[in-house]
Design a protein around this ligand. Structure first.
Ligand SMILES: [Zn+2]
Length: 487
C-alpha cells in the first residue's frame, strides 16, 4: 500500500506539502546516499534524482520492496535465486528480509514482515527532528539494519543522544534501500564508485543499475569477475564521454554482522581526466596500450597496476613508464612503442603533475642533444653506460659534463653546441629544484624517444631474440580494456 500517494491526494495544506517532499529525492553530502539516490532515480526511469517525480519515486520504491520480498521468499542464499538475498546480508543484516527465522515462516508472514519493515512510519509517530542528511523532516531514527555504516564511527556525530541511529527523511532512507542496485556486488564487500561530477554519476550508475537488474532477473551474481576493485574506476572512466569536473572515489564497504568496514580511495581529478582522455582519444590510444604493457607483470594485467598507481600517486605512473622505456637499453635496444608512450608520459607530467611546459621543453632539448651524441657514437655500450647513471645523480652529472667537453671539442660537426646547458644542468641536479629526480627520469625518456626517431640501431646491440616476443604477451583483460569491452 502506498501511504504517500493517499495522503497527497486526500490532504491539502501543509501536510500535503510535507508528504510531497517525502517523495522527492535530494542529493546530500553523503556519498552512499548519493549513489543510492541515483540508483533509485534510474529504477524510476528518470534522468537524475532531481528529475524523479513523486509518482515515479513511489513506483521505484515499490519495485525495490518487491525485489526484497522475492529475495526473502527464497529463504536460502544458496538457492536458485539466492543472489539478491545473499547481497542483502552485507547491506541490511538481520533485517526482515534475511532473518534466520525466515526458514520456518510461511510466505505470507515473510511478505508482510518485509513490507512492514519498509513502510514509512505514520506522520503521528515521526520525531520532530530534521533529517541529518538533507534537513527536511525526518520520519524516524534508523540504525544498521536500514543504513550501511549508520553506527560506525564515521557517522556517530550525527546521532542524537539516546538514539542508536540516524534521523532520516523517507527519500534519504529509500536511497539507502536502493543502494545495492548502485554497487558492484562481489559476494563480499560491495564496491561503490562516487564522484561530485553529476554527469559521471549518472552515466556510471545507470550502467550499474542496468547490470544489477539483469543479475536480479537471472537470479545470479555478475559472472564477470573483478580482477581488482580499482579497475572499476578505470572502466567507468573509459566509458565516460565528457570532461570530468571532479575526481573519483572508490568506496569498498560491508555492513554485515561480522563487522562494519569502509575503505575509501580517491583519485584526483587531473589524473582521472588524463586517464579518461588517454583511453579514449585516438591519438593517445596507441600510447595507452604501451602504458598498460608498462604496468603489466607476468601474472597481473597492466590495467590493475595502472589503476592502483592512479589512486596512490601519478608519479608512480611516470616511474613505470620510465622503467619500461629503459628496460632494454642494457641490450642496446629501443622499444618499438617508445614514441607513443614517451608522448603520453610527457602529457602526464604537464596535465597531471603540473610541470612547467618551459622546463619540460628544456629537458627534451637536452635529451635531443644527448641522443644526437649517442647516435653519432653508434654504440649500444655508450647508451647502456648513460642509462646506468640514472641510479646515481653524481655519476649522471659527471657523465654529462664529460660529454659536454667532448662535444665542445668535437670538430667533426656531429654535435651542435653543448649537450646540456647551464639552465638544464640546474633543472637536473640543483638540490633546490623540487623535482630534479623526475627531470632526470624525463631526460632518459626524451633520449630514448629521440633515438627511436633517429632509428638508432648500433652494430653492437643484442639480437632481437624470440624470447622478447614472449615477454610482450598481452593480458586479455588489457586488450579488452583498450577496445572498451564491458567488464
Ligand atoms: Zn533527507
Amino acid at each position: 500500500m502506498n501511504q504517500a500517494d493517499e495522503q497527497t491526494t486526500d490532504d491539502y495544506g501543509e501536510r500535503a506539502v510535507d508528504e510531497d517532499e517525502q517523495s522527492r529525492l535530494v542529493l546530500s553530502a553523503h556519498p552512499l546516499q548519493r549513489v543510492g539516490a541515483y540508483a533509485l532515480a534510474f529504477l524510476g526511469k528518470a534522468a537524475s534524482p532531481e528529475h524523479l517525480t513523486p509518482e515515479a519515486f513511489e513506483k521505484a520504491v515499490k519495485a525495490v520492496i518487491d525485489d526484497a520480498v522475492r529475495a526473502a521468499l527464497e529463504r536460502d542464499t544458496k538457492g536458485e535465486n539466492g543472489f539478491w538475498l545473499k547481497s542483502s546480508l552485507s547491506f541490511f543484516p538481520n533485517s526482515k528480509m534475511n532473518h534466520l527465522s525466515n526458514a520456518k515462516k510461511s510466505d505470507d508472514v515473510i511478505r508482510d514482515a518485509v513490507r512492514t519493515w519498509r513502510t514509512c512510519p505514520e506522520p503521528q509517530v515521526r520525531p520532530a527532528v530534521a533529517c541529518v542528511l538533507c534537513g527536511r523532516g525526518a520520519v524516524g531514527f534508523f540504525g544498521k539494519v536500514d543504513v550501511p555504516l549508520a553506527e560506525s564511527d564515521l557517522y556517530r556525530n550525527s546521532t542524537p543522544r539516546g538514539h542508536s541511529g540516524m534521523a532520516l527523511c523517507r527519500p534519504c532512507l529509500c536511497s539507502f534501500y536502493a543502494l545495492p542496485y548502485g554497487c558492484r556486488l562481489t559476494g563480499g564487500p560491495s564496491i561503490a564508485l562516487h564522484s561530485w561530477d553529476e554527469r559521471f554519476m549518472a552515466r556510471t550508475l545507470s550502467r550499474r543499475v542496468e547490470r544489477n537488474r539483469q543479475c536480479i532477473a537471472l537470479g545470479r551474481s555478475d559472472p564477470r569477475g573483478v580482477s581488482a576493485r580499482e579497475v572499476l574506476a578505470l572502466q567507468a572512466l573509459r566509458h565516460h564521454d565528457d570532461r570530468l569536473a571532479a575526481g573519483v572515489d572508490l568506496l569498498v564497504f560491508s555492513n554485515n554482522n561480522r563487522g562494519q568496514t569502509l575503505d575509501i580511495q580517491s583519485m584526483e581529478q587531473p589524473v582521472a581526466e588524463w586517464l579518461r582522455r588517454s583511453a579514449r582519444l585516438p591519438p593517445r590510444r596507441r600510447g595507452f596500450s604501451a602504458l598498460l604493457r608498462a604496468h603489466a607483470t607476468a601474472d597481473r594485467p597492466g590495467v590493475v597496476g595502472l589503476a592502483r598507481n592512479a589512486f596512490r600517486s601519478p608519479e608512480r605512473i611516470a616511474g613505470a613508464c620510465g622503467r619500461y622505456l629503459t628496460s632494454r637499453l642494457d641490450r642496446g635496444l629501443i622499444r618499438d612503442d617508445t614514441a607513443d608512450l614517451a608522448e603520453l608520459c610527457f602529457s602526464l607530467t604537464i596535465e597531471v603533475m603540473r610541470m612547467n611546459q618551459n622546463e619540460v621543453d628544456e629537458i627534451r632539448a637536452a635529451g635531443g642533444q644527448v641522443a644526437a651524441w649517442l647516435k653519432a657514437e653508434d654504440s649500444a655500450g655508450k647508451l647502456r653506460e648513460f642509462n646506468a647513471t640514472l641510479k646515481e645523480p653524481k655519476r649522471m652529472r659527471y657523465w654529462l659534463m664529460r660529454r659536454n667537453i667532448d662535444a665542445l671539442l668535437d670538430t667533426t660537426g656531429r654535435i651542435d653546441g653543448p649537450l646540456v646547458t647551464e639552465t638544464q644542468f640546474r633543472l637536473l641536479f640543483d638540490p633546490e629544484v623540487e623535482h630534479a629526480w623526475l627531470h632526470r627520469q624525463l631526460l632518459i625518456v626524451s633520449v630514448v624517444q629521440r633515438l627511436h626517431e633517429l632509428r638508432f640501431k648500433p652494430e653492437d646491440r643484442a639480437e632481437v631474440a624470440s624470447e622478447m616476443a614472449d615477454e610482450e604477451k598481452e593480458h586479455p583483460e588489457d586488450i579488452d580494456y583498450v577496445k572498451g569491452e564491458e567488464e
